[in-house]
Design a protein around this ligand. Structure first.
Ligand SMILES: *Cc1c(COP(=O)(O)O)cnc(C)c1O
Ligand code: SF4
Length: 490
């Protein structure tokens, strides 16, 4: 910093005056000249068009491929109210919507899947129109939202409903304070869609036949209690406002929660977490009151020199369309910074090409890839999980494809509340038994935290050992001893 820098108070938007419109360069900009190769210099060969597919969008009315939306025009399809009103909220309605589009055998299979799923059903027309119904078994979007009876696998024996212990680390209902300076504020328990793989299936959505949930309603008295707690903790600087999904909060609550947090002197950073842009980007374009509220909280944050960003959740490049590009472009104009958190899922995004394309396409719409989570142990979705090794391999393939700051970190949220760990940072990982042991010095320096690969990914002799409760304990005990011995020596 220069010696002559003025004290902070004298240089602020308030004293300098609000900058209304940026000033372009006063001189005409020089033209870009045609490139003439220099003799003897190596020039990379031109790339194929496919290398640029991340920024090529189908500009058409793609939803009209679905018979139910064949007559829906662009203005209607962009209307967030229409998307909300036509969202499918029961298995019966979903099955009716895909009747005649998907093979009959598939529809019956889905009906059996819903009967055994811990999550409620909610799918937007937008999402439904992005699924390839000619091949619904393989479709990566279908796999995330529509369970199938034929693909359900037994849960992992180490699974519990709240396997990350979010409730155990909650001093007040809906606030998980696990890490020293940041906390997770669960403002509500509803979402614009429900994902099969939701880590918070202990709370999110309606009760299902399988699960009576903990309810975290959008309740201002509960929020008061959370804010009161945050105010008593000077070490808390960073709040993740999540749920459920903040897309479902009305604009006045976005403003109210955002501003109340920003005015707490200890708070420096807030993040609004929403899957919305991935499943209903229309809202950003047509729910002007909501978008305005978000942009205003970001602007107020800037005035207070605090950081307000949007965290979203795209898992597959096909979830990013021209509507996403336009919606997120609008946020970019208002200076809203957006980061993405993906969940790695078997046959959804667990291959190199999909991961690379997702990272590049997120970049094309102005979103920074932040994390790729190894899929947590969640009830009823063992068919979506991958091994820890898969994340490690993918990280190697993805790093270098684009800017380092646009390269996601592959993390695993360890069982029992150890928190997020870099996938590579295990103390011990036995690929045969699928047991990984981590330490988490900022959560508990002594404790060991585990992650378990899906049993279906193991060799038959190890699958048999997992089926035997005595062998199971033996494998875990061995892993624990090895981890203590190796800790710090890898
Ligand atoms: C993920 C998470 C956070 C935020 O962690 P970052 O690594 O900073 O994104 C905070 N609290 C809890 C309980 C979390 O699970
Ligand atoms: S949008 Fe997020 S919180 Fe809601 S069901 Fe999906 S993963 Fe869970």
């Amino acid at each position: 910093m220069s010696e002559s820098a003025a004290p902070n108070q004298t240089l602020s938007i308030a004293t300098v005056g609000r900058i209304s419109a940026p000033q372009p360069a006063s001189d005409p900009l020089p033209e870009i000249q045609p490139f003439k190769p220099l003799p003897g210099r190596h020039v990379k060969p031109p790339v194929a068009a496919s290398a640029l597919r991340h920024s090529a969008f189908d500009e058409g009315l793609f939803w009209q491929r679905i018979p139910a939306y064949a007559e829906v025009d662009t203005a209607t399809f962009l209307d967030f109210r229409w998307q909300g009103r036509h969202s499918i909220t029961s298995p019966e309605k979903l099955l009716a919507a895909i009747q005649g589009v998907a093979p009959a055998e598939f529809v019956q299979d889905a009906a059996r899947g819903f009967g055994r799923s811990p999550m409620s059903v909610r799918v937007t027309p937008y999402l439904l129109s992005l699924i390839d119904w000619s091949d619904p078994y393989q479709d990566p979007l279908r796999r995330q939202f529509i369970p199938l009876g034929s693909q359900l696998q037994a849960d992992h024996p180490e699974l519990t409903l709240d396997s990350l212990h979010e409730q155990e680390d909650a001093p007040v209902p809906g606030l998980t304070h696990r890490y020293p300076d940041k906390a997770l504020f669960l403002a509500l328990d509803t979402c614009p869609v429900y994902c099969r793989f939701c880590t918070r299936s202990y709370a999110v959505g309606l009760d299902t036949e399988l699960v009576d949930k903990v309810h975290l309603n959008a309740d201002t008295a509960r929020w008061d209690q959370i804010l009161a707690y945050i105010a008593t903790r000077p070490e808390l600087e960073d709040i993740v406002l999540s749920g459920g999904d903040v897309y479902n909060l009305p604009a006045r609550h976005i403003r109210m929660l955002g501003e109340r947090l920003l005015h707490l002197p200890n708070i420096r950073r807030i993040r609004f977490a929403t899957k919305g842009p991935a499943v209903m980007p229309q809202k950003l374009l047509t729910d002007q009151e909501w978008t305005r509220a978000l942009c205003d909280v970001v602007a107020i944050g800037r005035q207070l020199r605090k950081d307000v960003v949007l965290h979203t959740h795209f898992n597959h490049p096909r979830e990013i369309t021209w509507i996403t590009r336009d919606a997120l472009g609008l946020l970019a104009e208002f200076g809203v910074h957006i980061r993405n958190q993906s969940v790695l899922q078997y046959r959804v995004n667990d291959n190199v090409d999909t991961c690379k394309l997702l990272v590049k396409r997120l970049g094309a719409v102005g979103v920074h890839p932040y994390y790729v989570y190894v899929h947590d142990l969640v009830k009823g979705v063992e068919d979506l999980r991958t091994t820890l090794q898969k994340a490690i391999d993918l990280e190697k393939a993805v790093r270098g494809v684009t800017a380092g700051f646009n390269t996601p970190t592959f993390v695993v949220d360890t069982l029992g509340g150890g928190g997020k760990r870099d996938a590579h940072s295990y103390d011990f990982y036995d690929r045969d038994s699928g047991i990984a042991v981590f330490s988490s010095p900022n959560v508990d320096p002594e404790k060991q935290f585990y992650f378990f690969d899906p049993i279906a990914a193991l060799q038959p002799n190890y699958q048999a050992r997992w089926a035997d409760p005595v062998e199971r304990e033996r494998m875990k005990a061995k892993a624990s001893v090895m981890a203590r011995a190796l800790r710090g020596h890898r």
